[in-house]
Unconditional design. Structure first.
Length: 293
């Protein structure tokens, strides 16, 4: 390995890692590597947290109240809250461990609820690291060792991936069955995209064709989506947003002239802007500004 594992582990252990991922809250108590130059014993104990043990090298004998097993390089095991275990590590043993509190902030039938329940029910025994959790741990150690820009955020993301990789290795190819947030109906979501495009490009002379090209739809499809969502034609919707922005600018940006506002909203001339605003409001923009004053 091209870096000092224990030095990197010390840096990793210093970090305060509290993560909210979707509806899962993760509070990391320790995230570290340990290595044994000689045989060693960690006596019988338990945690109120989840502890993930990934074997990077060597082997260890784990004794439970109801039996024992040997865990070897390329394997991992998880001790759920309340599971008593005793660990005898043989010389040359290197373990990566993650100890954390896992809580669900939403309903138990959510993704976080599913994962936490699975981890709680998983028997304490060896699993093959088929999803590459150990490799993710090494990436976290490297991030802590190098401390390049963004390393803290990357480590937080790697913790989420570590937990997910462990769950997948345990669950193998079994599909997960739980509710996840989904986007609105297709046309509702498309209308939001259309609306945002108009707002974001309010300074341009936006047309239905512009929107259609942006959305990879036909002009007819865009017009239908807008009509069903707003009751307006595409042209009317564009004009409505330009009118709203014009009123806002006339009130809040009094240092701007009518001509400047006209240009910033994509009108071809001040005259056309005056006609447009009077048709919508009943007053020319200058009179509207004076009345609001």
């Amino acid at each position: 390995m091209d870096f000092d594992i224990m030095k990197a582990s010390a840096r990793l252990s210093e970090l305060d890692l509290k993560i909210l991922s979707g509806d899962m809250k993760i509070n990391v108590l320790w995230f570290r590597a340990s290595e044994c130059a000689a045989d060693s014993l960690i006596d019988r104990h338990t945690h109120s947290t989840f502890e993930f043990h990934f074997v990077y090298a060597g082997s260890s004998l784990v004794e439970l109240d109801g039996g024992s097993f040997t865990v070897r390089e390329g394997e991992f095991y998880i001790t759920a809250p309340g599971v008593f275990h005793r660990q005898y590590n043989y010389s040359g043993y290197v373990e990566f461990s993650l100890n954390c509190e896992l809580t669900c902030t939403e309903a138990d039938d959510s993704e976080a609820g599913y994962i936490i329940d699975l981890l709680r029910r998983t028997p304490c025994r060896p699993f093959a690291d088929t999803a590459g959790a150990c490799g993710l741990f090494i990436k976290a150690l490297k991030e802590a060792d190098c401390q390049y820009a963004g390393y803290y955020g990357n480590i937080r993301s790697l913790i989420i991936l570590l937990i997910t990789a462990s769950v997948r290795a345990i669950n193998k190819s079994a599909p997960a069955n739980y509710a996840v947030p989904v986007k609105q109906k297709k046309d509702e979501y498309r209308f939001l995209q259309i609306r945002n495009y108009i707002r974001d490009n309010i300074s341009l002379p936006v047309t239905v064709t512009d929107i259609a090209n942006y959305m990879f739809l036909s002009s007819k499809q865009v017009s239908r989506i807008i009509k069903e969502a707003s009751g307006m034609s595409a042209k009317e919707l564009i004009q409505e947003y330009k009118f709203r922005e014009a009123r806002k600018m006339l009130i809040e940006q009094r240092d701007l002239t009518i001509r400047q506002i006209s240009e910033s909203l994509g009108f071809s001339s001040e005259f056309y802007f005056n006609q447009f605003f009077k048709r919508k409001e009943g007053y020319p923009p200058g009179v509207y500004r004076d009345n609001v004053r």
